[in-house]
Design a binder for this molecule. Structure first.
Ligand code: FES
Length: 112
């Protein structure tokens, strides 16, 4: 079930917003009128993604340069430093925008 998280206007186009909802640390990335939602934690070493670079559909962690597809959560570019936390995929969540509000289903889409 989707939960109302915030207004779309709270996220600038091309930008990110971090928010904690019910114990879930979310990263919301806006691409036009679409929002992509993921955990706010890099699977590589469980560091926060607040400094990650968002380029429209990918998120690149600044710590060791791992790059993730925000639609699938899949690792697209391995980090330069090993080892990792034991999982490769970014947890993503289904998100939609309705009436100017960002709605997110907090059941994870991918757990890697
Ligand atoms: S913690 Fe993100 S790439 Fe290492």
């Amino acid at each position: 079930m989707h939960r109302d998280i915030c207004a779309l206007r709270e996220i600038r186009d091309g930008g990110k917003k971090r928010i904690n909802v019910g114990g879930v640390k979310l990263m919301l990335c806006r691409r036009g009128n679409q929002v992509l939602a993921s955990e706010n934690r890099c699977p590589h070493q469980n560091l926060p993604l607040r400094f990650a670079r968002f380029d429209g559909h990918k998120l690149t962690c600044r710590f060791h340069n791992a790059r993730y597809d925000l639609e699938s959560g899949e690792l697209e570019k391995k980090p330069w430093l090993l080892p990792n936390s034991g999982r490769d995929c970014l947890v993503t969540y289904d998100a939609k925008v309705k009436d100017g509000r960002v709605l997110v289903d907090l059941d994870p889409d991918v757990v890697g």
